[in-house]
Ligand binder design. Sequence first.
Ligand SMILES: NC(=O)c1ccc[n+]([C@@H]2O[C@H](COP(=O)([O-])OP(=O)(O)OC[C@H]3O[C@@H](n4cnc5c(N)ncnc54)[C@H](OP(=O)(O)O)[C@@H]3O)[C@@H](O)[C@H]2O)c1
Length: 206
Amino acid sequence: MGMGFAVRWATNHEIIIGSRKLAKAEESASQVRQATDCGKVWGTDNAEAIKAGDIVVLSVPFEHLVSVTSDLKNSYTHQVVVSPVVPMGYDGKYFEFAPPIEGSAARQAMAFLPEGMKIVSAFHTVSAAALKDLRKELKGDVLICGDDKESKDVVISLAKEIKSLKQVDAGPLIISGQIESLTPMLLNVARRNKLKEAGIKIIEER
Ligand SMILES: NC(=O)c1ccc[n+]([C@@H]2O[C@H](COP(=O)([O-])OP(=O)(O)OC[C@H]3O[C@@H](n4cnc5c(N)ncnc54)[C@H](OP(=O)(O)O)[C@@H]3O)[C@@H](O)[C@H]2O)c1
């Protein structure tokens, strides 16, 4: 997902790629520069990436959310934090939503971060493969929720930059679990019906 966000947003923004390994971050940054022809893309360790950013996208598996939130708590000051994180399991047959005690990954991130951080939950139903492929216009919707209007508007405008993804305001952060739970459903349906890079669209039957 991280590479997808980077290539989609590099045209209009400075992109800082964080990693546990500096060399990996620098290599990913170089790949994004090549793919986009944009110069302001660089890589560093996670702590520095967070400190240097205005918007932090927590693009790590749910099991490792702690390592980019509470373990790096001191790196956070003013940033808008975006969570595309989906807590889910696989029982050998089906993907299942497996939320933490807080009800969602986004609410757990909020609990791990310094008080007052603005969290926006989004992009859970966007395929990473489709996001990364700049030739693709995305046909789905992105459901976005959060408690702070200004931060939510920032993420809505970032989502608008991804051609032709449609943004849907899904409400406050408390409903993030509902959005996160769509991903295992989508993966089960995609697998059963042999759909590639499945997404979600909210329609109006009128
Ligand atoms: N894949 C999708 O289609 C998709 C769609 C919607 C939402 N999501 C959500 O987006 C998030 C990222 O998904 P992804 O598929 O991009 O994940 P991923 O490729 O499995 O992992 C992303 C990055 O997480 C870091 N990471 C791995 N283990 C870690 C650890 N122990 N501690 C700290 N960082 C670790 C790694 O970065 P470094 O090695 O560079 O540190 C890795 O490159 C997930 O929460 C997922 O649920 C995914």
